[in-house]
Design a protein around this ligand. Structure first.
Ligand code: G3D
Ligand code: MG
Length: 196
């Protein structure tokens, strides 16, 4: 899997003769857990923003090349903007989402509790029934402030049948690429026959 630098590799991308397709990925979690920062870190230097303030949603894109599949995937990363008052856009937000990052803040226990009480519920209610999700404990760089032990994250991820549990830092970049890749790989493997 190769992340494109959209400026540097534009020519290569335009000349690409393999398959191209898009995947919608949503980021869910309480305000200030680091959803926007994770996207920013992941697509640094390569991003294109499409800010839609009236919808309360930001859609950013990142292209990934899968050498072994001779394919380019455009990830459409959907991020809730501002106050997360998105009741009206909920359905649209979830519609067609192949997968989600369920994000909590390792330094605030309440954000961890919201994963099962709110975000997973929403995903199940409004999202695709075959959608995949990965559990993310973000802000791992704030070592002295961590309130949610890794074991609890691991346990919850197994309980809710998440693809995986990963602790990330949008600040240092630790595990950020890994988190997106794991989710995308899982979605692709699962849908392999549909892509052929
Ligand atoms: P949101 O999109 O989920 O609402 P943001 O969250 O990405 O806006 O991040 C909220 C705040 O947390 C921001 O700080 C941001 O810099 C900080 N943050 C996000 N990820 C990390 C991380 O991994 N480590 C640390 N130390 N901070 C992080 P401000 O001060 O701008 O509100
Ligand atoms: Mg945000």
């Amino acid at each position: 899997m190769t992340e494109f630098n959209q400026n540097r590799d534009k020519k290569e991308q335009n000349n690409f003769k393999g398959r191209k397709f898009a995947l919608k990925i949503t980021l869910l979690g309480n305000p200030a857990v680091g959803k926007t920062s994770l996207i920013d870190k992941y697509i640094t230097g390569t991003f294109k923003t499409n800010y839609q303030p009236t919808l309360g949603v930001n859609i950013l894109t990142k292209d990934i090349k899968l050498e072994e599949e001779n394919s380019i995937i455009r990830l459409l990363l959907w991020d809730l903007a501002g106050q997360e008052k998105y009741e009206l856009t909920r359905k649209m937000f979830f519609q067609g989402s192949a997968g989600s990052l369920l994000v909590y803040d390792l330094t605030r226990y309440s954000t961890f509790e919201s994963i099962s009480s709110k975000w997973l519920e929403d995903f199940k209610r409004y999202g695709r029934t075959d959608g995949e999700y990965i559990l993310i404990g973000n802000k791992s760089d704030l070592k002295d402030l961590i309130k949610v032990p890794s074991e609890e994250g691991k346990r919850l991820s197994q309980e809710i049948k998440a693809v995986d549990f990963i602790e990330t830092s949008a600040k240092s970049g630790e595990n950020v690429e890994n988190a997106f890749r794991k989710l995308v790989s899982k979605i692709l493997n699962k849908n392999r026959n549909k892509l052929e």
